[in-house]
Design a binder for this molecule. Structure first.
Ligand SMILES: N[C@@H](CCC(=O)N[C@@H](CS)C(=O)NCC(=O)O)C(=O)O
Length: 214
């Protein structure tokens, strides 16, 4: 099956998909859409993803959108190594941890939200950074408790899961916006442990072909 990932190096949602594909050892092509130039809103790309957001994953005969759905498709299509626990309770907890990032942190800190804060609500960069840190902090505080309870090297258990596919990109974003991670030592340790794996390293934004070069 041939796969093409439409993304952008610094997109944390595309980063989730890159991690999952790398963990599964699945090869794919990449097409970049420069978010700084609003390329994701162009008509050609909207024909693939009507939401005009990255990522989208082109497979034989379908275009998949929404990174959590894409991760579930990857898990079902390439079951090894598994990124979800074997038991239903474990799967629900992992999906809940992922949803804390995907539903409760990332959407309110997305580019178009930040641009609306700047353009329509008069927020300066200091206010935007406070906004970002506020929502990351709320989500990370909850994840810190869950990782302390369920983690064993990774966010849940002793092997990477879909929770880590969400956590590591969100930590990347937190670091980019200089959010203090010292209140979340377990979360930080889990992210660092995951990042040390070659699959996570290969998926890092700076390693992507469209990354800014110094
Ligand atoms: N819930 C979607 C969110 C996708 C999303 O918001 N992607 C961002 C990049 S991380 C984007 O395309 N932003 C462009 C914009 O806000 O205009 C997913 O997980 O795939």
């Amino acid at each position: 099956m041939s796969l093409t990932l439409h993304g952008y190096w610094r997109s944390t949602t595309a980063y989730r998909v890159r991690i999952a594909l790398a963990l599964k050892g699945v090869a794919y092509a990449q097409v970049t859409h420069d978010l700084r130039k609003s390329a994701e809103r162009e008509a050609g790309y909207r024909a693939l993803n009507p939401q005009g957001l990255v990522p989208a994953l082109e497979t034989d005969g379908a275009v998949l959108t929404q990174s959590p759905a894409i991760l579930e498709w990857i898990e079902e299509t390439y079951p090894n190594p598994p990124l979800l626990p074997a038991d239903a309770k474990g799967r629900a907890i992992v999906r809940a941890m992922a949803a804390t990032v995907a539903c409760d942190i990332h959407p309110v800190n997305n580019l178009r939200i930040l641009n609306a804060l700047r353009a329509e609500f008069g927020a300066d960069e200091a206010a935007v950074n406070r906004w970002i840190a506020r929502w990351i902090g709320e989500g990370f505080a909850a994840l810190e408790t869950q990782i302390a309870h369920y983690g064993d090297g990774f966010a849940f258990g002793a092997t990477p899961t879909i929770a880590d596919c969400h956590l590591v990109p969100q930590v990347y974003s937190a670091e980019r916006f200089a959010v203090d991670l010292s209140p979340y030592p377990k979360l930080k340790a889990a992210a660092e442990n995951a990042r040390a794996l070659p699959a996570f390293a290969a998926a890092h934004p700076d390693r992507q072909p469209d990354a800014d070069r110094a």
